[in-house]
Design a protein around this ligand. Structure first.
Ligand SMILES: C[S@@+](CC[C@H](N)C(=O)[O-])C[C@H]1O[C@@H](n2cnc3c(N)ncnc32)[C@H](O)[C@@H]1O
Length: 245
């Protein structure tokens, strides 16, 4: 029988193994990819397909981002001069498109690996020839439901935001309450319902379809489907919701 010290040593070895394995499996073979939304052409680094079991969904561009970017490029007047915070930004395709119209864009994510590629894409745009394309673009770490991180962001951007955006961020049932708690805190900064949450939702499971509606209702939010936005994205059905207090 081993001693406690033996066991602790073995556990330490196991931890080291896990750390090595994680970095071994992370795919960072990003490719510069061109996306076109109406008259807007964006070049971003992203993966072309997911290849790991880790929480790295944000390394790819998801169908929800295509839906939201298409909607925003056709309705760019709603972005003009606004300040925006995006939740679960991934590689940043939505926030970076918005930076072409907005005054300030804060892109957020909780995953360190995703934040690295998000920052690289922000740098890529800051280095672009046209300085108007990098107006007030920043990345911040934000895990939904993390009150400390939310407070830090609200201290740094004290006026709050005109719009909160989210593309394809409702895919894991366990995170939906925290997501809506976070949205509520961000919406409350602006009085009289002046801030809205625009959510590009892609339907993959009926339970999630109803969970999103019921969670918004539980938070006493109004959730409306934006007319004409229900459409096919990839082989899935997507829709854009406007959520407000
Ligand atoms: C499916 S990806 C969508 C990425 C991007 N919005 C798009 O549509 O291409 C979901 C994103 O949400 C982030 N995310 C997932 N759970 C989160 C959480 N609890 N807090 C903050 N971000 C989260 C992931 O890291 C990932 O970047």
């Amino acid at each position: 029988m081993g001693t406690n010290a033996d066991q602790m040593e073995r556990e330490g070895e196991d931890d080291d193994d896990i750390v090595c394995l994680e970095s071994f499996f992370i795919d960072d073979n990003y490719q510069l990819t061109t996306f076109t939304f109406g008259s807007q052409v964006l070049q971003l680094l992203c993966l072309q397909s997911a290849s790991t079991d880790f929480d790295l969904t944000g390394q790819l561009v998801w169908p929800g981002a295509m839906l939201l970017n298409d909607y925003l490029s056709k309705n760019a007047e709603i972005l003009q001069g606004c300040s925006i915070l995006e939740l679960g930004s991934g590689v940043g395709i939505t926030g970076i498109l918005c930076s072409r119209f907005c005054r300030q864009v804060v892109l957020t994510d909780h995953n360190e690996e995703v934040l690295k590629i998000l920052n690289k894409n922000i740098e890529l745009h800051a280095a672009s020839d046209n300085p108007e394309y990098c107006a007030g673009l920043a990345a911040e770490k934000l895990e939904w439901g993390n009150s400390e991180q939310i407070s830090q962001i609200l201290q740094k951007y004290s006026g709050g935001f005109d719009l909160i955006l989210g593309a394809d961020i409702c895919f894991q049932q366990s995170s939906i309450t925290a997501l809506f708690d976070t949205v509520e805190k961000l919406l409350r900064v602006r009085k009289e319902g002046k801030c809205k949450f625009i959510l590009a939702y892609v339907s993959r499971a009926k339970t999630m379809d109803s969970l999103v509606i019921s969670e918004a209702t539980k938070h006493k939010m109004q959730i409306i489907e934006l007319a004409g936005t229900r459409s096919c994205v990839g082989n899935l059905e997507g829709v854009i919701y406007e959520v407000s207090l």
